[in-house]
Design a protein around this ligand. Structure first.
Ligand SMILES: [Zn+2]
Length: 176
């Protein structure tokens, strides 16, 4: 919660815990069906963030629904694998970048707010139209590939500014 509130404070969003439910469930704990997990367990309305911490998110850091007409309230929620939380076991292998500082939850909640990846369309802006490609945000540089390092010189769309390796919505390791 501390990490989420710090990350979203500049946007003037603040979260508070309304309740925590613990469960031992091998199906939901492995996010076998994310829609089932969310629909059977979520609480509250559209302004209630339902954040599910699971043992395994099918090999991913997590997932989250975006607020689109295709996603009904029953599917509204975010899932994060426990290994990507602070002190999680994700980065212990040598050579694997750090992904256990809590930024995966920030990333997924960013999706919950409707944010896209800066590399969303995997291409540089076509005709310089930032409103139809990438993350649809014009103050982020066009980016053709996700980032897996913190290389501040990475520039996948040459001449358009360095990639968004410090952007929560990229795939960079958590420590920059
Ligand atoms: Zn994402």
């Amino acid at each position: 919660m501390v990490i989420l509130n710090a990350a979203f404070a500049p946007a003037k969003f603040r979260f508070r815990v309304d309740g925590i439910t613990y469960a031992v469930d091998s199906v939901n704990g492995n996010a076998v069906s994310e829609k089932w997990l969310v629909s059977q367990n979520r609480k509250g309305g559209w302004t209630t963030l339902n954040l599910f911490i699971v043992s395994n998110a099918r090999g991913r850091e997590g997932s989250c629904t975006r607020p689109t007409p295709e996603n009904p309230l029953e599917h509204d929620g975010c899932i994060v694998a426990s290994g990507f939380l602070p002190r999680g076991d994700r980065p212990i292998d040598s050579g694997v970048p750090e992904y256990n500082l809590g930024i995966s939850a920030v990333h997924e909640v960013g999706h919950w707010f409707g944010l896209l990846h800066p590399f969303e369309s995997y291409q540089c802006d076509l005709n310089d139209d930032c409103l139809t490609t990438g993350d649809l945000v014009c103050d982020t540089a066009p980016q053709a590939t996700e980032s897996t390092t913190c290389d501040l010189t990475k520039d996948s769309c040459l001449g358009n500014g360095p990639d968004n390796v410090s952007n929560f919505m990229d795939y960079s390791p958590h420590a920059w």
